[in-house]
Write a protein that binds this ligand. Structure first.
Ligand SMILES: Cc1ncc(COP(=O)(O)O)c(C=O)c1O
Length: 395
């Protein structure tokens, strides 16, 4: 069997580092009891892993207090908690057309259900949000600005620090969807004036699926939108107000937390997010250089890769995105993602929805120069094939 060339790391990083498999196995076998519920040694040891992970991730994002590092199921869950927990009394939200449905849909639902109003700031032709456009969109009743840090479609990474500064000056809560950037772009909550970083565990943090979180800044308030058992102060009628319990209800994914902790070790062993990004961007540039001048290949928002994460979207003229993806898969064993990538507003703006979205290449730390050579070769061959294809698509 030929080796699968996995260029779909934006969906989830794969394979996961060995250390993650090892540490998760050991944790679950030796300490897989319910932490925070009981006082026996094993439960306390399991709790130590959870606390250590809270501390590590708080330091990772330069947050204030590890008690404010809340674990969730994934980024979608984290983003829902922030959006619903900030817009409880209606008001106005500012977001962007770069968002993933995990931001778009909660905002649409809030809009439908209550008196919430949303302003969608479009990205510029380059694929970047102009922070000044965010400033202009903020109103006196704006309760939340929520912005995608790194686009999972076109790979542009926004100037979160500049947007954060604008939000701080306007005294508006600033939340960041760091699903694609946590682990590849350094995030400093204090320097970037971020109130809440929402992250998922299974992408560049190298944990398993089913774990994510929110790092909440010290004075930031998010109302709880679900309630239940916390394992402490069970006599109280209402859910605890204090973090992390405030936003955590029920037994958590402890094995996921152990995996996230091991993911932190992996990132450290690779020299940190910037070093990982440098490796991945080197390969992304090689791919970009190899395909950008191919006649019928259209790259999106990729005039240059400055300020990008290693995510690149393209189409081959004459083919729908899904056709190109199938050819890459079946003929070349290259795994990419095709379609709208859960980010419909990006495609609305780029007019790519009508051709089935884009083909996305997203790179990870285990990709090599050989993988990129194979992808460049495959795109070249598919482009040649597209010339003889009679059913043309209107671009
Ligand atoms: C930008 C962005 N936001 C949010 C998400 C949602 O992440 P999850 O599916 O882990 O909740 C993704 C996942 O692809 C994403 O790329």
């Amino acid at each position: 069997m030929r080796e699968l060339i996995y260029l779909d790391n934006g969906a989830t990083t794969w394979p996961k580092p060995d250390i993650v498999h090892e540490k998760m196995g050991v944790f679950y076998r030796d300490y897989g009891v319910n932490p925070g519920r009981s006082g026996y040694d094993k439960a306390m040891e399991a709790e130590e892993t959870v606390q250590l992970c809270r501390k590590k991730l708080t330091a990772f994002f330069n947050g204030d207090d590890s008690e404010r590092l809340v674990f969730t199921y994934n980024a979608t869950d984290a983003l829902n908690q922030v959006i619903q927990g900030r817009l409880t009394e209606g008001g106005h939200a500012v977001s962007t057309t770069l968002e993933h449905n995990s931001v778009i849909r909660p905002l649409y639902h809030m809009d439908k259900r209550s008196d919430v109003e949303v302003t969608w700031v479009p990205f510029r032709e380059s694929g970047f949000i102009d922070p000044e456009d965010i400033r202009k969109a903020i109103k006196s009743n704006t309760k939340l600005v929520i912005v995608n840090h790194g686009s999972n479609v076109i790979g542009t990474a926004q100037d979160i620090g500049a947007i954060g500064k604008i939000c701080r000056e306007a005294d508006v809560f600033f939340a960041v969807d760091a699903s694609q950037t946590a682990g590849v772009v350094p995030i400093d909550m204090k320097a970037m004036c971020i109130d809440a970083v929402c992250f998922t565990g299974h992408k560049s943090l190298f944990g398993p699926t089913g774990i994510g979180g929110i790092c909440v800044a010290k004075d930031a308030v998010i109302q709880a939108t679900r309630w239940g058992g916390t394992g402490v102060k069970s006599i109280l009628k209402y859910h605890l107000e204090e973090y992390p319990y405030r936003l955590e209800a029920g037994t958590m994914n402890t094995m996921g937390v152990a995996g996230l902790l091991a993911g932190q070790e992996f990132i450290e062993s690779r020299g940190g997010p910037q070093a990982i990004r440098d490796h991945e961007m080197k390969l992304a540039r090689k791919l970009w250089e190899g395909i950008k001048d191919i006649d019928r290949v259209n790259l999106y928002c990729a005039e240059s890769l400055d300020g990008h994460i290693p995510v690149l979207s393209m189409n081959v003229e004459g083919f729908e995105a899904a056709n190109t993806g199938t050819l890459l898969d079946v003929d070349y064993d290259i795994a990419t993602r095709t379609g709208l990538h859960c980010a419909p507003l990006v495609h609305e703006q780029m007019h790519t929805a009508e051709i089935g979205g884009t083909v996305r290449f997203s790179l990870g730390p285990f990709n090599t120069e050989e993988h990129i050579d194979a992808a460049i070769h495959a795109v070249g061959e598919i482009e040649k094939m597209s010339k003889g294809w009679t059913k043309s698509i209107d671009y």
